[in-house]
Design a binder for this molecule. Structure first.
Ligand code: UDP
Length: 307
């Protein structure tokens, strides 16, 4: 089986490429290296692995059996740095991938996001919750881009043009996150290891639910293999933590004496987020296995090894 992974040199993408190769597939890893890096796929060599440097909005023609479409900057710092490009990457990039899937009669899995729920009024978030997104806010390039891409996936599926799967990915962390990712987990660990203050935005009472990357990859593979389209599926770890709790846990696990400093809360920062994963449990027999403490230990080890 020949599998295209767009965004394959990104954080989740590189772990996914590694898993697919281990499962015996041939992998084409496509990335424009905007947030991905060659370093993250440097170990993936051999006949069954090919790296293509290209932007997903200019996806070249190729023969593939399946497509995992992950390409898009996902950290608020990066997707807001080039917001117009973010929207176009989601919308045009997904359209290109869907057309390639249609041409090849290949199944495509699109990675959507918990951001489609915006700042949710319903908690935890089930897939049938329609979300509370500010369409003109600073996060909308990502949120609305992904929502529009989901809409394209729905239409390709309804019209029988492509066989589609849609994952809504919640906050994911682990080894090989880019040090400049700007995400809360990587920021806190890097700050703690360097003895610099941990930057808590707002009062730290906002919550997130953090999924370790190996659990996420397992969920994506199972969703791709699932026998039929049944709408979007939440993938994430339902254990919910306040950002301040995360800061304290990172300080404890690193043994760091860093202080905690407060910074302004970014605009439209969701107050809370937690996936309802009943659908993934039912359809895929999937649930996360790695606790936040275990996953943080591995991630801390990774960042320590970078020196
Ligand atoms: N955050 C923080 N300090 C940081 C980076 C992020 O307190 O150095 C907060 C951010 O405001 C948000 C949460 O941590 O409430 C998760 O942010 P992240 O950028 O990791 O992902 P998001 O879920 O917002 O996309």
């Amino acid at each position: 089986m020949k599998i295209l992974v767009t965004g394959g040199a990104g954080f989740i993408g590189s772990h996914l490429c590694e898993r697919l190769l281990a499962d015996g597939a041939g992998v084409i890893c496509l990335d424009n290296l905007y947030t991905g890096s060659r370093r993250s796929v440097a170990r993936l060599k051999g006949r069954r692995f090919k790296f293509v440097k290209a932007d997903v909005t200019r996806l070249p023609a190729m023969k593939v059996d399946r497509i995992f479409h992950l390409a898009c900057p996902a950290s608020p710092v990066h997707y807001q740095a080039e917001p117009i490009k973010t929207t176009l990457t989601s919308v045009v990039g997904t359209h290109r991938c869907l057309k390639l899937a249609a041409k090849n009669k290949a199944r495509i899995l699109f990675t959507s996001t918990s951001e489609v729920y915006g700042d949710p009024e319903v908690h935890p978030q089930r897939e049938d919750y329609r979300g509370c997104v500010n369409p003109m806010g600073v996060r909308s390039c990502y949120d609305e881009g992904k929502r529009c891409a989901e809409s394209l996936c729905g239409d390709f599926e309804r019209r029988g043009l492509a066989e589609v799967r849609v994952a809504r990915i919640f906050n994911t962390y682990g080894p090989r996150m880019a040090p400049d990712d700007g995400r809360v987990v990587s920021n806190f660990i890097i700050q703690a290891l360097a003895g610099r203050p941990l930057t808590v935005y707002g009062d730290g009472s906002q919550t997130r639910s953090f999924c370790f990357v190996s659990d996420m990859v397992e969920g994506l593979v199972r969703l791709m293999d699932s026998p039929e389209f049944d709408g979007p599926v939440n993938l994430g770890n339902p254990a919910e933590f306040a950002v301040m709790e995360l800061a304290e846990m990172v300080l404890r696990l690193t043994g760091s004496r860093s202080k905690i400093v407060r910074k302004p809360l970014p605009q439209d920062d969701p107050c809370r987020r937690r996936p309802d994963i009943s659908k993934a449990r039912r359809l895929l027999g999937w649930e996360p296995k790695v606790s936040l403490e275990e996953g943080l230990r591995e991630t801390i080890e990774y960042f320590s090894s970078l020196g």
